[in-house]
Design a protein around this ligand. Structure first.
Ligand code: PEP
Ligand code: MG
Length: 890
């Protein structure tokens, strides 16, 4: 039997089929509506079309199956009998909402069409049954407006303009001043706009309306905005979205009706307090769209904000009491903070949505730790629940509390953190500025899903309108961008590219600072202080450390980075790229001399100058890493990267070496390579210019002996040979390193323990790993190069074409960001396995960028690596991800 395409919920529907509560099938919204209905909460009856139907529709060329058509018709009768109204009935019409609902909440897709089922006939019926003609015509014009925008794709500005003109003509300020007749006239105008712009009259057939909306939801899965969002959030293209069709309830039926959004705990701070906003006599979209400023949910929140309009707790105590009961019930049921949408229709509470609420990293930690304290969840659940990538938000500096602040205005503290940068007034400009390395603050009246790429490119977001649950606030929190919303002191002149903040006139490009924790907007750049790593963060990390098996090291090559990484919990260095040490202004001349030398004598004299510098570098690192293992990679990049770039460089070098500029240029030309990434680099340098590796090995051992003597804490140098393809390469270079070690130990009269090993970053090395392991005591998977060489995709050029690859689902994620487990992963698995067969105690780690990516870390756990190595700021992310991987493996 084929699986169901449609699942009814609410009313007398049964919710026993486990597929109905599976987000993969019915989407997050659909699954939770069914769940709420099954535990007896007041959910307006409706039905969910599965994500599978969306995928089928998109794959099979945008057509509905006959099965779907008849299942939807059947499910409609379920709603009709539950509410006792008929769809399209001109006397007492059933109206529905149509909403998308993917597995995870996804701004960028079609959101909502409300009041569907209204037409020239049913609007009269609604007027009669509601006893409110004005309400009926207002609902009809809202429907035309929304449907035209999201389903027919017409410019919503046209409708807003018509409304503004109608208000102006009548001398009205607010929508509430328009009468039934005014709305009726406007409906007429809206219909003419549709006919003119769309070429056909606004659909009067309610079934046509319904299928149009369903089609729009399905199509919106592949909209550009949705694709951008999917790419930024690693959502696979083949998930599809579900569609939820649900009986309307009305928050705009007068003063005893309301609509709102709420969180069971504060999503910004994690505080255990109900948190939310509501509007009396309004429809859901009014709250999120930021058109009217919403009121507080609780009395305490209103008082804290010094606001006048009554909170829901005060204005509607009965409905609020019921809502509070539902909050507790839902939190206990889901054992997590919930994000809820509700409507009160003439005093009766209806639940429209619940889901685990998006939260800032700070709030995620606080809630996870507190819920363990409350006995709601276990430590393992707490560790499993916090998104490792979200920790990034906490690891960055916050504004120095002692620094001077020139506060221009204050808005709502919508997403915490400090952000400074140049003002930009639209998303595209934000991207342009950011691509040339500028830090920017995106300033908008309000944001919409079209702005997502600009929000991503920005350090922070400032909006003039919108509440704590506006688009800007929700998306910024999800992205971890600081955001100040609803800053009414901001007025923007987009045409002139200028703005006023408070009393200050500013222009695009001027610098401001945001404090997302208190809503302040400041002039200029305000200094920052380092993050607080104790408290909830420390507690959760302690739990994570106790649960993980893999060690976490860092990729670092300066003492400062090493110090930072240790503060973040690094347990060693997994990759010290020594080439970065060569770029120092003082050294580059000697490096160039070394490279361009035509004989060994000149090369050795240049290396003699570099030796004490390198020794100093390593000694400083070993001191910071006291006693911990430090993997130091010998020189890797193609030599030409160090060559002089311009005439000035050449002249400078000619002065230093006594060689002519022409001579040097000819030598530089000789070093030119067509494919440097596959050229004279890695261990090939060590094979052809052994003096370079000898100098580096000497610097490492001399530094290690010195630190051992001075501090008594010997580091464990792990000397790593890059880009090895054959056993012989490693054998030759290992012999070189051992020889230098022996000489230095004799000279110094002391010895330190050390290892010699290799990177596995070429397919041949992975294939021959069993043999290579005979020469090396450790493998570190260089998955950047291994990805490049396995896929035959240049890591430096891939950005241009990988995005469409991800959009088309060829890769679920950029393989340079998240390991291609199926392909490259096989090589890693195989090499690890055969390495272990040869040398059972071989140390195995990863030092490519993937070492800081949670999904790749999960793979490293599966293939039993000993450690992962990540850049300093990613170390905590890796610690948490390693713990989650260990939990998943149990
Ligand atoms: C790698 O190739 O994965 C690696 C860590 O080395 P690099 O990025 O320096 O080439
Ligand atoms: Mg490499």
């Amino acid at each position: 039997m084929s699986e169901k395409t449609v699942y009814p919920f609410g009313g007398s529907a049964s919710h026993d089929d486990t597929r109905q509560k599976d987000k993969e099938v019915t989407g997050g919204k659909g699954a939770n509506l069914a769940e709420m209905a099954s535990i007896g909460l007041p959910v307006p009856p409706g039905f969910t079309i599965t994500t599978e139907e969306c995928v089928r529709y998109l794959q099979e060329g945008a057509d509905f199956s006959d099965g779907l058509r008849s299942d939807v018709a059947k499910a409609l009768t379920h709603i009709e009998s539950a509410v006792g109204k008929s769809f399209g009935d001109s006397a007492d019409p059933l109206l529905v909402s149509v909403r998308s609902g993917a597995r995870v909440s996804m701004p960028g897709m079609m959101d909502t069409v409300l009041n569907l089922g209204l037409n020239d006939a049913t609007v009269e019926g609604l007027a009669t049954t509601s006893g409110d003609e004005r309400f009926a015509w207002d609902s009809y014009r809202r429907f035309i407006q929304m449907y035209s925008d999201v389903v027919l794709g017409l410019d919503h500005g046209l409708f807003e303009e018509a409304l503004e003109i109608a208000k102006e003509d009548n001398g009205f300020y607010a929508d509430t001043e328009l009468s039934a007749d005014d709305w009726k006239t406007l409906v007429g105008e809206f219909k003419s706009i549709v006919e003119q712009e769309w070429g056909k009259p606004f659909p009067q057939d309610v079934n046509e309306q319904l299928w149009g909306a369903i089609r729009a939801v399905f199509d919106s899965w592949d909209s550009d905005r949705a694709k951008v969002y999917r790419r930024l959030n690693d959502i696979p293209a083949d998930w599809g979205t579900a569609v939820n069709v649900q009986a309307m309830v009305f928050g705009n039926m007068g003063e005893t009706s309301a609509t709102g959004v709420a969180f069971t705990r504060d999503p910004a701070t994690g505080e255990r307090a109900y948190y939310g906003e509501y509007l009396i006599n309004a429809q859901g979209e009014d709250v999120v769209a930021g058109i009217r400023t919403p009121q507080y949910l609780t009395k305490v929140a209103r008082e804290n904000a010094g606001a006048k309009p009554l909170s829901m707790e005060e204005a509607m105590p009965d409905a609020y009491g019921e809502l509070a009961r539902v909050f507790d019930l839902l939190e206990n049921h889901y054992r997590d903070m919930q994000d809820i949408e509700f409507t009160v229709e003439r005093g009766k509470l209806w639940m429209l949505q619940t889901r685990s609420g998006k939260r800032t990293a700070k709030a995620a930690l606080k809630m996870a730790v507190e819920m363990v304290g409350e006995g709601l969840i276990t430590k393992e659940e707490a560790v499993a629940r916090v998104d490792p990538m979200a920790l990034d938000q906490l690891l960055h500096p916050t504004l120095d509390p002692d620094a001077e602040r020139s506060v221009l205005t204050t808005g709502l503290p919508a997403s915490p953190g400090a952000a400074s940068g140049k003002i930009v007034l639209d998303a595209d400009t934000a991207e342009v500025f950011a691509s040339r390395g500028d830090k920017v603050i995106l300033v908008r009246v309000e944001t919409s899903p079209e702005d997502i790429h600009g929000m991503h490119a920005a350090q922070g977001i400032l909006t003039a309108r919108g509440g704590m649950t506006s688009h800007a606030a929700v998306v910024a929190r999800g992205m971890g961008r600081p955001c100040v919303s609803g800053a009414s002191g901001v007025s923007i002149d987009r045409a002139g590219r200028t703005l006023r903040i408070g009393s200050q006139e500013l222009k695009e490009g001027d610098e401001i600072t945001l404090d997302g924790a208190n809503g302040q907007v400041m002039l200029g750049i305000v200094p920052t202080v380092d993050p607080e790593l104790a408290g909830d963060f420390g507690t959760l990390m302690e739990w994570a450390d106790a649960l993980r098996r893999m060690r976490v090291r860092t990729n670092a090559e300066t003492p400062d980075d090493c110090r930072m990484a240790r503060q973040f919990g690094a347990e060693g260095i997994g990759l010290c790229r020594t080439e970065h040490m060569f770029f120092d202004a003082r050294r580059i001349r000697a490096v160039r001399q070394m490279i361009l030398a035509e004989d060994e004598k000149t090369r050795l004299s240049a290396l003699d100058q570099l030796l004490p510098e390198q020794r100093g570098d390593f000694a400083a690192i070993f001191e910071v890493m006291a006693g911990l293992p430090c993997t130091i990679r010998l020189l890797d990049p193609p030599l030409h990267e160090f060559l002089p770039h311009n005439d000035e460089d050449f002249e400078d070098l000619a002065d230093a070496t006594g060689l002519g500029v022409d001579h040097l240029k000819r030598r530089a030309d000789e070093l030119h390579e067509f494919n440097p990434m596959l050229g004279h680099r890695g261990c090939r340098l060590g094979i052809t210019f052994p003096e370079i590796y000898e100098m580096q090995a000497r610097a490492i051992f001399e530094a290690a002996c010195a630190v051992q003597k001075s501090s008594g804490e010997a580091p464990l140098p792990e000397i790593m040979i890059p880009l090895v393809a054959t056993r012989k390469e490693l054998a030759i270079l290992r012999a070189l390193v051992d020889r230098v070690a022996k000489t230095v130990f004799e000279e110094q009269g002391t010895e330190v323990a050390y290892l010699v090993g290799t990177m596995i970053e070429l397919p041949r090395a992975a294939l021959m790993a069993g043999e290579i392991a005979e020469e090396g005591e450790f493998f570190s998977f260089g998955t950047n190069d291994l990805t490049q060489t396995t896929l035959g995709v240049s890591r430096d050029d891939s950005a241009k074409f990988l995005a469409p690859y991800v959009d088309k689902g060829i890769f679920a994620r950029d393989p340079f960001v998240s390991l291609d487990v199926e392909g490259v992963g096989q090589l890693v698995d195989m090499a690890a396995e055969s390495g272990r067969v040869t040398r059972p105690d071989i140390k195995l780690g990863i030092c490519g960028e993937h070492g800081g990516d949670p999904a790749s870390i999960a793979f490293c756990e599966e293939v039993n690596l000993d450690y992962v190595s990540a850049s300093p700021y990613r170390v905590p992310i890796a610690r948490l991800a390693a713990a989650q991987a260990a939990l998943a493996a149990d």
